[in-house]
Design a protein around this ligand. Structure first.
Ligand SMILES: Nc1ncnc2c1ncn2[C@@H]1O[C@H](COP(=O)(O)OP(=O)(O)OP(=O)(O)O)[C@@H](O)[C@H]1O
Ligand SMILES: [Mg+2]
Length: 267
């Protein structure tokens, strides 16, 4: 059984088709990067994996079962800009992820349970390279450090899937490459399934094991919302020649230009 199965998945908002006939199989431990033009449905797809958005039709199965219709401990998500709790230190922000889970059974954490939770939180901060900043508040952190904190929080519940929605988009290039190494390191150590949206095709080719391109197969200039995106490329990355990279880059620019022309036409 595949870890994740997507079968003839469609998503519509009213009359507008966002995703159409998406099909895929993902094995345990795969790291998938997702690219596509703005508005093509990447975040919508991630939100369906998270369980906060429902498919209009089709199936989305994790380990053979329909994805729960609410965010669960088995899925963690990090957005481009993360709002951590500003009044809590780095350590308390991470600890909170554990407290939310355990407090349902135990009330506030105390004694040995609390001590263990603090130890686990510190270990997580070490994994993301933030142990030295445990006592700082979010406003005392750089953008890269805030994303490290967001990743630590998402990982605290030991999810099976980590969803990353352009997590490094707002960071400077140097910091981004540090974050690339971090995420590859976490992936190797935890064998977690990662789905990561990026607007940087090169990032998509560098990170992960597989690249998905979300794009429209059909396009009606008169009715831009009539057709949705599906996965137009599903390829292994890391060993791909440059000409394919150029072809995908070219396809995406064509879609982008068509969209711009449509928008101009609508004004
Ligand atoms: N709750 C909603 N109600 C109605 N339309 C929505 C809703 N959420 C998203 N959409 C529409 O669905 C389409 C896909 O949105 P989505 O956010 O998935 O795009 P995206 O690929 O993540 O784009 P970007 O790269 O800009 O983040 C857009 O046209 C958007 O306006
Ligand atoms: Mg998005």
């Amino acid at each position: 059984m595949a870890f994740l199965e997507v079968k003839n998945l469609w998503k519509r908002y009213g009359n507008s088709v966002v995703l159409e006939n998406v099909n895929a199989r993902v094995e345990r431990g795969e790291f998938i990067t997702i690219v596509g033009t703005s508005g093509c449905g990447k975040t919508t797809f991630l939100r369906m994996l998270l369980g906060v958005e429902q498919a209009s039709s089709g199936k989305l199965l994790m380990e053979g079962e329909a994805i729960a219709t609410e965010p669960g401990a088995d899925r963690g998500i990090v957005f481009q800009r993360y709002s951590v709790f500003p009044h809590l230190t780095v350590l308390k922000n991470v600890l909170l992820a554990r407290e939310f889970e355990q407090a349902r059974w135990l009330g506030k954490l105390f004694g040995a349970v609390k001590k263990r939770a603090v130890e686990q939180s510190m270990a997580m901060l070490q994994l993301v390279g933030l142990e030295h900043a445990a006592g700082r508040y979010p406003h005392q952190l750089s953008g890269g450090m805030q994303q490290r904190l967001a990743i630590a929080q998402a990982l605290m519940k030991q999810p099976k899937i980590l969803l990353l929605d352009e997590p490094f988009g707002a960071l400077d290039p140097g910091i981004r490459s540090d974050m690339h190494e971090l995420i590859l390191d976490i992936w190797r150590k935890t064998n977690i399934n990662i789905f990561m949206i990026t607007h940087d095709l090169r990032e998509g080719f560098y990170l992960g094991t597989r690249l998905w391109v979300f794009d429209k197969v059909r396009n009606d200039p008169q009715q831009p919302d009539a057709y949705g995106s599906s996965i137009t490329y599903d390829i292994s990355v890391g060993q791909v020649d440059k000409s394919l990279y150029k072809k995908i880059d070219n396809d995406l620019s064509t879609t982008r230009k068509t969209q711009e022309l449509q928008e101009l036409g609508n004004e």
